[in-house]
Design a protein around this ligand. Sequence first.
Ligand SMILES: Cc1cc2nc3c(=O)[nH]c(=O)nc-3n(C[C@H](O)[C@H](O)[C@H](O)COP(=O)(O)OP(=O)(O)OC[C@H]3O[C@@H](n4cnc5c(N)ncnc54)[C@H](O)[C@@H]3O)c2cc1C
Length: 534
Amino acid sequence: MTLDADVVIVGDGPVGQTLAIMLAEKEWKVTLVDRWPEPYTMSRAVAFDSEAARILASIGLTEYINTQTEPSGRYSWQNAKEQTLLDIRGVSQGWCHWPDSTSMFQPALESALTARGARLPTLNVLRGHEVVDATDHGSYVEAGCIGPGGERREVSGRWLVGCDGANSFVRDRIGAAMHDLNFSRDWLICDVVLHEARTFDPNNLQICDPARPRTSASAGPGHRRWEFMRLDDETVEELDTEESAWRLLELFGVTPLNATLLRRAIYAFKSQWADRWRSGRMLIAGDAAHIMPPFAGQGMCSCLRDAANLSWKLDLALRGHGDDTVLDTYGTERARHVQHAIRMSVNLGRVICQLDPVAAADRDVAMTAARERGIGTGAPKAPVHPLHGGLLYRGGGARGDRLAGRLMPQAMVRRGNKIGLLDEVVGTGFVLLAGEDPRPFLGAPTLAYLKSLNVRVVSVGPADAPAEDDASVADTDRTYLPYLAREDARAVLIRPDFYIYGMIADSGEYLTLFDDLRQRLGAATAVSERLSTG
Ligand SMILES: Cc1cc2nc3c(=O)[nH]c(=O)nc-3n(C[C@H](O)[C@H](O)[C@H](O)COP(=O)(O)OP(=O)(O)OC[C@H]3O[C@@H](n4cnc5c(N)ncnc54)[C@H](O)[C@@H]3O)c2cc1C
């Protein structure tokens, strides 16, 4: 049977688009289906973190980030008396070199993703088609869609990924239930364009006022977001009016005379994750698999991590490397990882959403005391949590365990005359980064195996090293050699999603590391035929 695609993706939101691009960049044939004829024109997310920026840059969105976003800057919490409870000064170069937090207008991000996808010949976008049915036939999946004129159409692929948002149809189809932390609050979201630019300091402000918790946030160049929590004695209908929006915006000096209200909407900030991320040939990613309150700005970032994690495992499965059990590690890794982001967001929410004036006063005393002891100032604690379990090297004993699952930092390196970020200069995919030339320790069979996985073998030398060939870089930022030395690592194997598979402390361990990888991925089998793209 001739299939339409290697992978059918349901949902053309940020996670569906990102996953589609990652797969189509590897020349897999992707059909991306969305129920609406046109993309949604309003923002939900307003910011992404350093790791999300790295993911976006890796799929060709560097220019978008450089020209259409801005660093989010300072993030403060104040109480009702405007006393500072928390003051976080994000740095412009975070763990992945990009800012800790970047402000953006989500439709501009989605347009940039659409434009990137349009340049990939194996990516076919089918808008105006709602997926109403999906059947796993064992060796392929078939999705039934209803088109704009009510006509039915089938779309088939080897795999199907539901990136179909919070009310996911595919999630139901795979029989997943949602774990619920039962933290849910309604907030009125107001997206505003000010008629004249204004400086906000702090640029992002959380007012923890029990009379009305509220937020003022940067939302990308030329955009601002204000959010107001619904009170217990107020109905959704009362809060969700234009009049309420302007009345509340006036608290920040924003009126119809100086601003345009692009839209208002009430969102219920929920905290849930799916108990199953795969069934047979169907998987879920993004909001389909998890939802969290936006207080840590981690919702879409977690979605992008899903895409980064899933894309290389799907690529391996499609290429016929081992069996497809590698895909089970996707849900194992991501479900545990995302729970950290959800719990962190809920913990912040419980503090912010306090409506009891007595409890709020106690909170203010505790947070003020913490600030006096230096807690809650300076750079934010990175929300990036290590991976636990899943596809990680555990052969290195206590030392190896230390780095397995950590996000590899990104810095500038040089190869010959080219200076750039590690991902740009070296390229993405598996990277073996060593403080020595590892090739003499690998041997022909291992080198052949690494070639079959497209592992880039790179030795990093001092800043003034010539680094002229494809297998070396110079550590211009003086980041990587100190990092390896600090961790007592000879080399690290970086996965395509930038998490460390494992480290070795001794050159004699290279073969053990790769034997372990080979075992976990299953013996490399013949590369299967790609679907014809004609
Ligand atoms: C108020 C608010 C503020 C937020 N702020 C942040 C923030 O600052 N930072 C951050 O990282 N995250 C934030 N988030 C979270 C972020 O917006 C979401 O996590 C992200 O947009 C989800 O992307 P997605 O692609 O998974 O889903 P969606 O963007 O919802 O896309 C799903 C797509 O699937 C399509 N679809 C659904 N069902 C079908 C079907 N049956 N057939 C075909 N197509 C279908 C839909 O039309 C839609 O296009 C915020 C969320 C909210 C609500």
